[in-house]
Design a protein around this ligand. Structure first.
Ligand code: FMN
Length: 191
């Protein structure tokens, strides 16, 4: 029996939605990184026991949230170069081949990128104001104003500018299919 773990970090619920769908499709264990940290510390969960480890989170100012914490966990478990790791990010912008990799290239370090340590996927989440702290809410409102001037940058900018003030949910279960296919591929190769 192969074992998969899905770990997520979510402030407004979008990463949680994707994490739940992914864990259902892969029959995987599911933890937020916040609940997992003490379990690892007390030896109740060991990442090395898993055949596949998946991490996903929302994007904050171009960076995948809490990835540095996740990186420490896989480093400690000796899994950094195991090729058993999948990472996804969910953001406020629609999927687009030219932009999807940007958050990964800002989050992963040069060595990780050169070695291709992680299989990476981007999904559109959405924007929700409930649950954000005042600083994040302020940053988002500033961005909401600024994006109004970027409408000429293409369809994505118009889509975001039109809906960002009230928020939107563009989560889509079908979007996880390529990640699930990659997961099966990694699991089929694990001994
Ligand atoms: C302060 C802040 C900064 C954000 N920066 C980005 C960004 O750089 N790129 C992006 O696509 N989305 C950005 N977003 C949108 C979030 O990534 C998006 O709402 C995500 O789906 C949230 O995931 P969560 O609900 O799991 O926390 C930002 C949101 C906030 C509040």
């Amino acid at each position: 029996m192969k074992h998969t773990i899905v770990i997520y970090s979510s402030i407004t619920g979008f990463a949680h939605t994707y994490a739940q769908w992914i864990s259902e499709d892969l029959d995987a264990d599911l933890y937020s990184i916040e609940e997992l940290l003490p379990l690892i510390k007390h030896g109740q969960v060991a990442l090395a026991n898993y055949d596949l480890i998946i991490y996903g989170a929302g994007i904050r100012m171009g960076i995948i949230r809490r990835f540095s914490t996740f990186r420490k966990l896989i480093k400690r478990a000796g899994l950094s170069t195991s090729k058993k790791i999948i990472v996804w990010a969910n953001g406020g912008t629609p999927q687009h081949p030219d932009r999807d990799y940007r958050s990964a290239s800002r989050t992963f370090n040069r060595v990780e990128l050169a070695r291709n340590d992680y299989a990476y996927f981007y999904f559109e989440g959405g924007v929700r104001y409930e649950g954000l702290n005042p600083i994040e809410k302020g940053l988002l409102k500033t961005f909401a104003k600024r994006v109004q001037k970027y409408r000429n940058r293409g369809e994505w900018a118009v889509a975001v500018a039109d809906h960002i003030a009230e928020g939107y949910d563009h989560t889509n279960r079908a979007a996880i299919a390529p990640l699930i296919a990659r997961a099966h591929d990694i699991l089929s190769k694990s001994s």
